[in-house]
Design a protein around this ligand. Structure first.
Ligand SMILES: Cc1cc2nc3c(=O)[nH]c(=O)nc-3n(C[C@H](O)[C@H](O)[C@H](O)COP(=O)(O)OP(=O)(O)OC[C@H]3O[C@@H](n4cnc5c(N)ncnc54)[C@H](O)[C@@H]3O)c2cc1C
Length: 224
């Protein structure tokens, strides 16, 4: 882990309260998809944010939802502004099973998009079967829509999207729960898949418990 002062190179609006900040990457900074950093606008208020860009890029992206004090102060910054970063830290995504199931809540999709962006579609991903189960409150919160759609034509990826506050065609309605997991997972995925869950801590805990009740082996569940 290193601590450094970086500079915002670009800012992209992703959704109403979500922006991607591209920052300069120092030469001695190396990470693996799935890892996060601590970022701050001052010397004290460091907050964990996952890197959403590829681990091969020469810059770093953070996709940030405006939440409380620190993330709100990041939203006030413009291009060229300095930002403090510590990292990388946390678990890298490194599937060992053929069937890989990613389950995300809101910006919890960031480690998974970083993983897809980091890997060679043919060399690294062609032998794996992916299922991505996302959940958002509303359709307008949905992140990386075009990129994910394109991925479904490049690799073996099935995407199931949940909206908890809006009933719309093409989306499952409500929160992800035990019944919904049961309906959307195959027996083979339950028995031999590898699960990664990222989202609000309560969601990660509930979904992990649901998976355990469905018979998933605890060793194959990785929570963030
Ligand atoms: C490993 C990890 C990776 C993460 N990756 C990402 C990511 O890629 N993108 C992302 O957007 N987020 C990510 N998060 C979440 C992110 O870290 C939080 O949103 C962030 O820490 C919030 O900091 P803040 O200073 O903006 O909010 P805080 O000021 O800390 O507030 C957080 C929430 O608590 C409420 N709150 C604060 N103080 C009180 C109080 N006294 N009483 C009641 N409620 C209060 C606020 O209203 C707000 O809703 C990640 C978290 C972890 C643990």
């Amino acid at each position: 882990m290193i601590e450094f002062s970086s500079e915002i190179l670009d800012i992209l609006d992703e959704a109403k309260f979500v922006k991607t900040y591209t920052v300069k990457k120092p030469d001695n900074f190396n990470f693996k998809a799935g890892q996060h950093c601590l970022i701050a606008t001052d010397a004290t208020s460091f907050r964990p944010i996952t890197i959403s860009s590829s681990d091969n890029d020469n810059k770093i992206d953070f996709t940030i939802k405006k939440n409380g004090n620190t993330t709100s102060s990041i939203f006030e910054l413009n291009k060229g502004h300095p930002i403090k970063i510590r990292g990388p830290m946390g678990r890298a995504i490194n599937p060992e099973s053929k069937q890989v199931i990613f389950i995300s809540g809101g910006t919890g999709i960031t480690p998974f998009i970083s993983y897809f962006r980091s890997k060679d579609k043919v060399l690294d991903l062609s032998k794996l079967e992916f299922k991505l189960i996302t959940s958002y409150q509303n359709k307008n919160d949905y992140l990386y829509k075009t990129e994910l759609k394109e991925l479904t034509s490049q690799i073996n990826l099935k995407i199931i999207n949940f909206l908890s506050k809006e009933e719309l065609d093409g989306f499952e309605f409500g929160r992800i729960n035990m019944d919904k997991l049961k309906n959307n997972l195959t027996k083979s995925e339950i028995n031999s898949g590898e699960f990664y869950i990222c989202g609000p801590p309560a969601m990660v805990k509930d979904i992990k418990n649901n998976l355990l009740e469905l018979g998933v082996n605890e060793d194959t569940i990785k929570g963030y």
